[in-house]
Design a protein around this ligand. Structure first.
Ligand code: BDR
Ligand code: CA
Length: 312
């Protein structure tokens, strides 16, 4: 059983990742959600996080708001992908519960310190601003964490928001650089993996056929996020990014990768936010991340449907 805090900017794919975790109580204990500005501004990501725990019947899980902007940059959002609320599609009710008091970065610090060493994992599904703030404010948590499993970056697939950068890293590259330099155990689920996880009509239909509220919501979310991505890529289904983090936490054997050095480009305007991944070991820079390169897409979608089926 892994104790996990989700740091997130929901976002349809964040939502599926969180719901799948809440449907996996044997493997994942969700200690809390921390919202970060990313796909949409913070007031929407925080509100959506509340809507998700309520949808799953888990309003007992604390939800905190974190950073409303990157360290030094203007916030870049992605309403063109996720809609103005970030969760356009399923028409989820407005939450009846409230955000907990306190900044999300402090919740990260306090929660990691309150649990035994190496027992808490941060699942990071958005820009890394909160995680970096926590690491800078409380450097002791780098050693204390079990690790950080994050969706971000790319190697062969290079970029989705610019030709060379993936969205989460691009939005706050300075924060990403802090995280990759922190010395904690980092696992990266990059576009190389997520671009192979395509929500085809048959895979979306499997969520519809579950017949519960969560399955209907996931169906509507994935149908919505297809609209932009299918035009962009011309593929048979839109890539499903963030749930790879949940799937990795539950069934790492679905994925393959290796430990390498990853550095973040922060100074170039052309390649801002690029993950410079030394996949072939051509430098002697220290290996600071487990970089996943591929995954079993059928196994991934089957796992998600199985876990969403366990929710209300
Ligand atoms: C990442 O960017 C966001 O739009 C998604 O939620 C995901 O976390 C993919 O590049
Ligand atoms: Ca996200």
């Amino acid at each position: 059983m892994r104790k996990v805090i989700f740091d997130t900017d929901p976002g349809q794919d964040d939502a599926v990742a969180i719901l799948a975790a809440l449907g996996s109580p044997e493997e994942i204990e969700v200690l809390g959600l921390v919202a970060v500005a990313g796909n949409i501004p913070l007031h929407h990501t925080a509100n959506n996080a509340l809507r998700l725990v309520e949808l799953a019947g888990r309003a007992d899980i604390p939800v905190h708001a974190g950073a409303d902007r990157p360290f030094t940059r203007r916030l870049v959002t992605a309403e063109h992908v996720h809609g103005t609320t970030g969760l356009d599609g399923p028409n989820l009710p407005q939450p009846t519960t409230k955000l907990r008091e306190g900044h999300g970065a402090d919740f990260l610090i306090d929660t990691v310190r309150a649990h035994p060493a190496r027992s808490v994992t941060i699942a990071a599904l958005g820009p890394l601003t909160n995680v970096a703030l926590a690491l800078l404010k409380a450097p002791d948590i780098a050693e204390r964490l079990q690790g950080i499993v994050l969706m971000g970056g790319a190697y062969f697939e290079v970029g989705n928001i610019t030709p060379t950068a993936e969205f989460n890293i691009y939005v706050d590259p300075e924060a990403a650089a802090v995280v990759f330099a922190s010395g904690t155990d980092i696992t990266v689920l990059p576009l190389d993996v997520t671009h192979a996880m395509r929500a085809t009509p048959a895979r979306i239909d499997a969520f519809r056929r579950i017949g519960n509220k969560a399955g209907a919501a996931v169906t509507a979310m994935l149908t919505f996020s297809e609209t932009f991505d299918l035009k962009k890529y011309g593929w048979d289904g839109a890539p499903l990014h963030d749930p790879t983090v949940t799937a990795f936490l539950i069934r790492p054997e679905l994925f393959e990768g290796r430990r390498i050095n990853v550095e973040i480009e922060t100074s170039s305007s052309l390649t801002r936010g690029m993950t410079v991944a030394d996949y072939w070991g051509v430098t002697d820079r220290p290996k600071n991340a487990f970089f996943v390169r591929s995954g079993d897409a059928d196994g991934f979608f089957a796992l998600l449907a199985e876990r969403i089926a366990r929710l209300p």
